[in-house]
Design a protein around this ligand. Structure first.
Ligand SMILES: Cc1ncc(C[n+]2csc(CCOP(=O)(O)OP(=O)(O)O)c2C)c(N)n1
Ligand SMILES: [Mg+2]
Length: 321
């Protein structure tokens, strides 16, 4: 992997990681009140995937999607404002953290309905295929989503129609509070690609080089008309399902395994191996922290949407009061 790509992945990873830490601190200090799904442990998988995309490629994601949106390039100020429910947010404060949409960054849908994003991703990919615009669509979802009917329907149709779509399963080994082995009888999600004649790869999502290579191959396949790919990025959810949730059900051995696999120190070590200087890496993080602080200040200072907004943006034509 070339140095520019590695630096890009590092920057995206740290933007995700520092944002996650900021959201948790805002929640803990009562400055923010919202549902929040932490992504400590998953930072690198999305950074490497999004680094393989072009800015106008499409993304469909989930309630745990803030990391995907940040890695894709949604500007921090409107993103934070949306999470604070403010009028300056990506959806004018009417979507909130679970419904971030930002077409300028290619973020077309964020949905809390598990599995529902995959057929929508097919629709976006079909539109690109019809237009011949070379865009690639990525659908992010978790391991739990692969037991929803929509997952199977979407994979079958995408392969039939050779759609330029990537099914990006972030396998964090838990669906809500249920461990992988208690919700799925196959050992690996990627075996399901074969059932649809689809290319599939299971990858250590905490290995930057392997993760990026898998992402790049899938993007190249989709963009060149070779059809969809199922990527299973193995990772860990290092905290509970949502912020504040009990996770005492996670066995001690699993917690130890997660801590040993932490992608952040591993990526930092890789950067140092590639002769990036310690202070250069620190400076990148300091810049990100300054951008995050500015985004938080912007969000806090912004107004909430007024009552006149309630019927707007629901139907194409505004409904009279
Ligand atoms: C159709 C549907 N069923 C159930 C739920 C409740 N629910 C919310 S998150 C979740 C777990 C999904 O797990 P996974 O797909 O592995 O994603 P993760 O949360 O681990 O990122 C469930 C069952 C839901 N939101 N939608
Ligand atoms: Mg999961």
């Amino acid at each position: 992997m070339d140095r520019d790509t590695l630096l890009d992945i590092y920057t995206r990873t740290m933007r995700v990681a520092r944002s996650d830490e900021k959201f948790r601190s805002l929640l803990m200090t009562g400055k923010l009140a919202t549902m929040y799904y932490t992504y400590r442990g998953q930072e690198l998988v999305t950074a490497a995937m999004m680094a393989a995309l072009q800015p106008d490629d499409y993304l469909v994601t989930t309630y745990r999607g803030q990391h995907d949106q940040i890695a894709k390039g949604v500007p921090l100020e409107p993103l934070y404002a949306e999470i604070f429910g403010k009028a300056t947010g990506t959806c004018k404060g009417k979507g909130g953290s679970m419904h971030i949409t930002h077409p300028d960054s290619g973020v077309m849908v964020t949905t809390g309905v598990v599995g529902s994003g995959l057929p929508i991703a097919n629709g976006l990919a079909l539109a690109s295929q019809n237009r011949g615009d070379q865009r690639v669509t990525v659908a992010c979802f978790g391991d739990g989503a692969t037991n929803i009917g929509a997952f199977h329907e979407a994979l079958n149709m995408a392969q039939l129609w050779k759609l330029p779509v990537i099914f990006f399963c972030q396998n964090n080994r838990y669906g809500e509070h249920t461990a992988f082995a208690d919700h799925t009888k196959v050992d690996s999600i990627v075996t399901r690609a074969a059932a649809y004649g689809m290319a599939g790869v299971s990858v250590d999502g905490n290995d930057a080089e392997a993760m990026y290579a898998a992402a790049k191959e899938a993007v190249d396949r989709a963009r060149s008309g070779g059809g969809p790919t199922l990527i299973e990025a193995m990772c860990y959810r290092m905290m509970g399902h949502f912020f504040g949730a009990d996770f005492s059900y996670m066995p001690a051995e699993h917690l130890a395994e997660m801590a040993a696999a932490d992608p952040l120190p591993r990526l930092r070590a890789l950067m140092l191996d590639h002769q990036f200087a310690q202070d250069e890496l620190d400076r990148i993080v300091a810049d990100i922290d300054a951008q995050i602080d500015a985004a938080v200040a912007f969000a806090i200072a912004s107004p909430v949407p007024g009552p006149e907004e309630i019927r707007k943006d629901v139907f194409e034509q505004e409904v009279a009061a």
